[in-house]
Design a protein around this ligand. Structure first.
Ligand SMILES: Cc1cc2nc3c(=O)[nH]c(=O)nc-3n(C[C@H](O)[C@H](O)[C@H](O)COP(=O)(O)OP(=O)(O)OC[C@H]3O[C@@H](n4cnc5c(N)ncnc54)[C@H](O)[C@@H]3O)c2cc1C
Length: 480
């Protein structure tokens, strides 16, 4: 008789006791390692970006293939185990980790294959943005991804995904051609516009609710490899002037130009003159991936007298990692954001006042321009929010040893003040653990019921629930 070795959190609450024979059975069904606390690689496997997340799984599997993933999904389903999936671990709500449960850490599936002639990239689910950008830029190609290179491709894309190329090519998920996915029944499927089209519709925005993606195929576009971009900052005393210029710039900018405006305290970074360390500044982060950069950036140059300007020609991959150091792992994070349909003066004033209250050595407030392809490109996917022209919000950040109450209060107050300007939608990838089910359904608006139907079809027992959960239609109150 095998001994009972492990208590793992159950899908319906409580604990499931696994015997050593059962663990052995799982281990022998997969090529990748099965880890428990103390094993080599454990700490890296269970850490997530937002240090407020205090969750630890009981077991981690690091699959090396879709077959491994399928074996784990079948095992979790058969034993009723709480299961989570970790891509890059950047989700702010900490959904990568199942507390006391079983976590699939995809970090060993980090391969990228580029087909330059077909303009496609086949991307492993453990890839970070930098893996894809480096591989595709070697061919002068890129797809839409976010603007911090250590973020995971999987979570970002499955929730929508925006970045410097969104104005040209839409949501990251609009650029998906196909995925390989393991569904709750343990089957390995292909989903595309031609095959399992309803599943493909759902995963493009519906996050990890429908299965574990084991390969993404992205369409690529000619980009760079040199672009014009970077960061430029002025004293926050000039916030009104810079915000007005930002509004004018975004109203007329070609789609090759993407700009974000930020208010924060200047970081004590080597590129910031010492006199300005920790003083309030207003900054623009820009990327121009077309031929008319200098002409299009003239209004910004005309502002004159920046505290520093790092805007110039640089490789796209360098720009893609330029602000990585401003958002390192291991800090406490509290974010709130909304999609906006436009930028009226009243919004800019409200944003400026709130942003100055939020500003702290690590916290910042931002408006990011999205308008363009995203508004036109509705070929049917769950992400929706095709009316978003901007995304704007507050990122409250503090070190673990500090008290974040004041920062959280300032973020919450700012968010309440900007909510009246919202499209009514919000970005599922910026939600916090504290955000309730209404906020999740609110992210999908008119697409939510169809997502619940797809959930009922592909995951009727809600096996994939450690995420921004969409419950199966008809089971809204019964599953946790
Ligand atoms: C510093 C920082 C910068 C960011 N910048 C941007 C940005 O520029 N643009 C943008 O759009 N977003 C941005 N985000 C938000 C980002 O999109 C989300 O945090 C996203 O969840 C990160 O993906 P991940 O794989 O790293 O997350 P994880 O925490 O690893 O995973 C999040 C969830 O994704 C799902 N998931 C992960 N892998 C798989 C898989 N293989 N199959 C099925 N489901 C899976 C799971 O449900 C999991 O719970 C940023 C976040 C941070 C922290």
């Amino acid at each position: 008789m095998s001994t009972r070795t492990f208590d793992v959190a159950g899908l319906e609450g409580g604990r499931v006791g696994l015997t050593s024979a059962q663990l052995e059975q799982l281990s022998s069904a997969i090529d990748g390692p099965l880890l428990t606390a103390g094993d080599e690689g454990w700490d890296g496997a269970v850490v997530v970006w937002n240090a407020t997340v205090a969750k630890t799984p009981a077991l981690v599997v690091q699959p090396t293939s879709a077959d491994d993933v399928a074996a784990v999904v079948r095992f979790a389903s058969e034993h009723g185990l709480l299961l989570s999936v970790k891509g890059g671990g950047h989700n702010i709500a900490g959904t990568a980790i199942a507390e006391d449960g079983l976590t699939l850490d995809m970090s060993r599936m980090r391969d990228v294959t580029v087909d330059p002639a077909g303009r496609l990239a086949h991307v492993g689910p453990g890839c970070l943005l930098q893996d894809v950008d480096r591989a595709t830029q070697a061919h002068g190609l890129a797809t839409v991804l976010g603007f911090v290179s250590e973020t995971g491709v999987a979570g970002l894309t499955l929730g929508g995904g925006f970045g410097y190329l969104t104005r040209r090519f839409g949501w990251a998920t609009d650029n998906l051609g196909e995925v390989e996915i393991v569904t709750a029944d343990g089957k390995i499927r292909t989903a595309s516009r031609a095959e399992n089209a309803d599943l493909f519709w759902a995963i493009r925005g519906g996050g990890g609710n429908f299965g574990v993606v084991t390969r993404f195929t992205f369409r690529l576009h000619e980009v760079g490899p040199m672009v014009t971009g970077g960061l430029v900052a002025w004293s926050a005393d000039r916030a009104d002037e810079v915000l007005e210029t930002y509004r004018e710039l975004t109203a007329s900018a070609p789609r090759e130009l993407t700009a974000a405006v930020m208010i924060r305290l200047a970081p004590p970074a080597p590129f910031v003159p010492e006199d300005w360390h920790l003083k309030p500044v207003v900054a623009l982060l820009v990327c121009h991936s077309g031929p008319t950069a200098e002409a299009d950036l003239a209004p910004l140059r005309a502002l004159g007298d920046p505290i520093f300007s790092l805007v110039g020609e640089k490789p796209y991959v360098a720009l893609q990692s330029m602000v990585d150091n401003l958002q390192p792992k291991g800090l406490h994070q509290y974010w709130k954001a909304e999609f906006l349909p436009d930028l009226p003066s009243e919004y800019l004033n409200t944003f400026r006042d709130a942003a100055l209250r939020v500003a702290s050595p690590l916290s910042f407030s931002i408006i990011f321009h999205l308008a363009g392809a995203l508004n036109e490109h509705d070929d049917g996917s769950a992400v929706g929010n095709r009316d978003a022209q901007f995304i704007s919000g507050f990122t409250g950040t503090w070190p673990p040893q500090a008290n974040g109450d004041g920062i959280m209060a300032a973020v919450r107050q700012g968010w309440e003040e900007i909510r009246p300007f919202s499209t009514g939608g919000n970005y599922v990838n910026f939600q916090l653990a504290e955000d309730d089910a209404t906020r999740t359904s609110g992210a999908y608006r008119g697409n939510f019921e169809r997502l619940q139907q797809a959930k009922a079809q592909y995951d009727p027992d809600n096996l994939f629930r450690v995420n921004r959960n969409i419950r199966p239609l008809g089971q809204e109150r019964t599953s946790s």
